[in-house]
Write a protein that binds this ligand. Structure first.
Ligand SMILES: O=C(O)c1cc(=O)[nH]c(=O)n1[C@@H]1O[C@H](COP(=O)(O)O)[C@@H](O)[C@H]1O
Length: 232
């Protein structure tokens, strides 16, 4: 495992077969980014994809966003951490008990895998949130779920970089902020609603930038990663 990476970039391997994701990984340098395996790739390939990326010296964020009853959530987090991944996640809306139990299960098994929780997805705006029955302001809901996550003893949250400043002030410097919805000014926004540039996200307190299509759909993904790293 490479624990010397100081790059904040996590490249999301979405919209790809096993072969395509490994071909992309082979173009990237594990000293310059971590990789994120999400629901699509994991459902296609299972733990083999994680093993293949570990063999290439990448640290892996296994993004399966568990959201279930406490025991099921905790056992799923344990199973994910046992794959040796760097970071795993749950939905904060699974609740305090589910998050606390998941964290405790990692500690009981001496696993130091980072455990974070998704607050409000970056593809949502206040209108989409309202459709789910949350009548509070979006930023208030993000803050509420971040505080619940901290109370449960997790390592941090997934949020939009637009909320980073507020959450660092609310939850402290050590509480990790993992921010997707990252785009350079001339990138396509796709289905993301709450977006931010890499440099602004870091200035506002993001610890890690999750970047998918801007890199993976670029003609030269390694060059695009370099452009992003140079911009920060
Ligand atoms: O947990 C995540 O990683 C996540 C949370 C969130 O709120 N928004 C979000 O976009 N993501 C993930 O981050 C990645 C963003 O990809 P791009 O929009 O292509 O950069 C995708 O893999 C999403 O599943």
């Amino acid at each position: 495992m490479n624990n010397m990476i100081n790059s904040p970039v996590i490249v999301a391997l979405d919209n790809m077969t096993l072969q395509a994701s490994l071909a992309l990984a082979d173009q990237l340098d594990p000293a310059l980014c971590r990789l994120k395996v999400g629901k699509e790739l994991f459902t296609r390939c299972g733990p083999d994809i994680v093993k293949a990326l570990h063999q290439r010296n990448f640290e892996v964020f296994l993004d399966l966003k568990f959201h279930d009853i406490p025991n099921t959530t905790a056992q799923a987090v344990l199973a994910a951490a046992e794959l040796g991944v760097w970071m795993v996640n749950v939905h904060a809306s699974a609740g305090l008990e589910a998050m606390s139990l998941a964290k405790q299960r990692l500690l009981d098994n001496n696993l130091d895998t980072l455990l974070i929780a998704v607050t409000v997805l970056t593809s949502m705006d206040s209108e989409v949130l309202l459709q789910t029955g949350i009548t509070d302001r979006l930023d208030a809901q993000v803050s509420r779920l971040a505080q619940l996550t901290k109370q449960a003893g997790l390592d941090g949250v997934v949020c939009s970089a637009q909320e980073a400043k507020t959450l660092k002030a609310l939850c402290g410097q050590d509480f990790k902020l993992v921010t997707p919805g990252i785009r350079l000014a001339d990138d396509n926004t796709d289905d993301q609603k709450r977006i931010c540039t890499p440099s602004q996200a870091l200035l506002d307190g993001s610890d890690y930038l999750v970047i998918g299509r801007s890199i993976t759909q670029a003609i030269d993904p390694a060059a695009k990663l370099q452009t992003i790293l140079q911009s920060i």
